[in-house]
Write a protein that binds this ligand. Structure first.
Ligand SMILES: Nc1ncnc2c1ncn2[C@@H]1O[C@H](COP(=O)(O)OP(=O)(O)O)[C@@H](O)[C@H]1O
Ligand SMILES: O=C(O)[C@@H](O)C(=O)COP(=O)(O)O
Length: 429
């Protein structure tokens, strides 16, 4: 078995499939593990993505999990490490991007790395160190209302500097536009000034492709998934159609959604407007210990028996005021964790009821669902929308195999919940 070339540590599960998707599409055979595996990698791959659920845990725990992932990746013989975080740089004021980056730098004995969440395919661009999400600045994009990681400053040099003792600098667009030699020269200049981490401007895929060759010798990269589009080329790999094949799909179709992003709110509304069958979860009833998950599963069983091909949607997705009201009653973390537990139990129950095609919306929500399903490894299939592929997994709960897509809160077109299923080839048997 050949050794993987690139070892990736993703701070959430949707982010991990997003990264794996970009690597696969650009020519790397990629395996995604859920958490740090107990034993050696049992597949041939050019890249391995270890999916952690470390974005919103306390910084010390995120560091510990990330270092465990690093040790395992090093034992598999990888040549370069990629720390993947969100394209909207999701983090609490205390971390975890800064602390995890520092810990990985120390462990790898390196004094410099880059940081850029740029992902132009999903309209995440970085200009003069400021992050734009869509047409406007990050802090005007809806991300200022995120339930767990509200982003209120678009200046990434400032955001990252607040999370680390090391100096943060900038490789700006005028340098990136000049290509590899200029970027390398700027890195040398920043290092001589004592800068350890540099935010990199990128407003297009062309910028990311110009950046990639200059990153060849860095032991550690930190980024959203965008930087990945140029990395396979650094290892002499080119896109190949076989890298994204999955078995045919089977079973019933369901969607669970715990994301409260602008995009997901729109996708829920669109699904309902098209006549989709949907059930809203009430977090206050969950908190009161009422059998919300059992009721939802009974509802889904009835719907799926009546119309087996039509997907059902079970969601806690809500607008910012409603989320704030729940958080005010239950506390921010408690509300998040409780809703995640409820949705994870529902996802598991749905698969036990014969759902074979499951769409999960939300990063933390996906982490909770994949863990409840006991999934250890995901195979990456075709892309539905930028950053969101179909995946396939086998687990004790899904012995016959499960097609799964983990949709980042912010990603996907408004009709995502409807169109995703239409893109899966069904088992003719
Ligand atoms: N109605 C709600 N009230 C309060 N918190 C909620 C509600 N619905 C979902 N949540 C929580 O909000 C968080 C959403 O995060 P996540 O799943 O990562 O979505 P996204 O991908 O949009 O960031 C989760 O912790 C989830 O449990
Ligand atoms: O980079 C991104 O935006 C995604 O890959 C990602 O990390 C998604 O996280 P959530 O928004 O929490 O789903």
């Amino acid at each position: 078995m050949t050794r993987p070339l690139l070892g990736c540590i993703a701070d959430d599960f949707t982010g991990a499939t997003d990264l794996a998707n970009n690597l696969v599409r650009n020519g790397m055979r990629t395996v995604q593990t859920i958490g740090v595996p107990d034993g050696p990698l049992d597949a041939t791959a050019d890249a391995v993505v270890v999916a952690l659920k470390s974005r919103t845990v306390p910084a010390a725990e995120a560091v510990e999990q990330s270092l465990a992932a690093l040790r395992w990746l090093q034992a598999q013989g990888v040549q370069q490490i990629y720390f993947k975080y969100c394209s909207t740089f999701d983090s609490t004021p205390a971390g975890n991007i800064g602390p995890v980056t520092e810990a990985l730098m120390d462990a790898l004995g390196t004094d410099f790395t880059i940081a850029t969440p740029a992902f132009p395919d999903n309209k995440r661009t970085v200009f003069k160190g400021y992050l734009f999400a869509g047409e406007g600045l990050l802090n005007e994009s809806g991300m200022q209302n995120h339930p767990l990681t509200p982003m209120t400053d678009a200046n990434l040099v400032r955001v990252l500097q607040a999370q680390t003792r090391r100096r943060v600098g900038l490789i700006d667009h005028t340098v990136v536009a000049q290509g590899e030699a200029a970027i390398r020269a700027r890195i040398a200049e920043l290092k001589s000034q004592g800068v350890a981490m540099a935010i990199v401007d990128a407003v297009s895929n062309a910028d990311l492709l110009r950046l990639a060759p200059a990153l060849k010798d860095l032991p550690l990269l930190t980024a959203g998934s965008g930087v990945a589009i140029g990395l396979p080329g650094n290892f002499g790999l080119t896109p190949s159609p076989q890298t994204a094949e999955l078995p045919p799909a089977r079973g019933r179709r369901a969607i669970v959604s715990g994301s409260c992003s602008v995009a997901t709110n729109g996708q829920v509304a669109d699904f309902i407007a098209r006549g989709g069958q949907a059930l809203a979860l009430n977090p206050l009833r969950m908190a009161a210990g009422e059998p919300v998950a059992a009721e939802a599963l009974a509802w889904a069983a009835g719907q799926l028996a009546g119309a087996p091909a039509a997907p059902v949607l079970i969601y806690s997705t809500a607008e910012p005021e409603a989320v704030r009201a729940i958080q005010g009653r239950l506390g921010v973390e408690e509300a998040g964790a409780m809703v995640e537990r409820g949705i994870a139990a529902i996802a598991k129950g749905l698969v036990e009821q014969g759902v074979g095609q499951l769409l999960v919306a939300g990063g933390e929500t996906s982490g909770a669902c994949v863990q409840a399903l006991g999934i250890a490894q995901l195979h990456i299939g075709a892309q539905i929308d930028p950053g969101v592929p179909w995946c396939h997994a086998v687990s004790p709960v899904a012995a016959q195999g499960l097609h799964l897509t983990l949709k980042s809160g912010n990603f996907g077109t408004p009709d995502f919940f409807t169109k995703a299923f239409g893109l899966l080839a069904e088992d003719a048997a």
